[in-house]
Design a protein around this ligand. Structure first.
Ligand code: HEC
Length: 93
């Protein structure tokens, strides 16, 4: 059977749409944990951030990345990484 190119294009477009909307809707706390353990855990303990809302954390992180807020280590994170790590940090009890 020959697959019609148009059908392939539609399928690919749908998959891409799901991918993009997926990252917007749900931050990935598991990915955030990996990042936190790798980069942040040298200086931070998860419980230090207990009770901080995700929105506050991501706001602080955006300011740190943009060098608008002083931070001991200059962070280079993209928006998705910020969302994920903020999501993970806000799970602290
Ligand atoms: C070299 C040590 C070090 C590393 C690595 C580090 N931090 Fe920090 N961070 C600090 C210190 C010290 C403070 C508190 C004083 C300050 O703001 O500089 C802080 C403060 C913060 C704050 C609060 C800022 C505010 O005032 O609102 C957040 C949020 C934060 N860090 C997130 C992170 C994340 C996420 C990572 C990993 C991607 C990370 N930090 C890596 C040392 C570090």
């Amino acid at each position: 059977m020959r697959i019609k190119p148009a059908a392939v294009a539609i399928a690919a477009g749908t998959a891409l749409g799901l991918l993009v909307s997926g990252t917007v809707l749900a931050a990935d706390a598991a990915a955030g944990k990996l990042l936190f353990d790798k980069i942040c855990a040298d200086c931070h303990e998860l419980k230090d951030h207990a009770g901080k809302p995700t929105a506050d954390l991501s706001k602080s992180l955006k300011q740190i990345v943009a060098r608008q807020k002083k931070h001991k280590k200059q962070l280079k994170l993209d928006d998705e990484q910020i969302a994920n790590v903020a999501e993970y940090m806000s799970t602290a009890k």
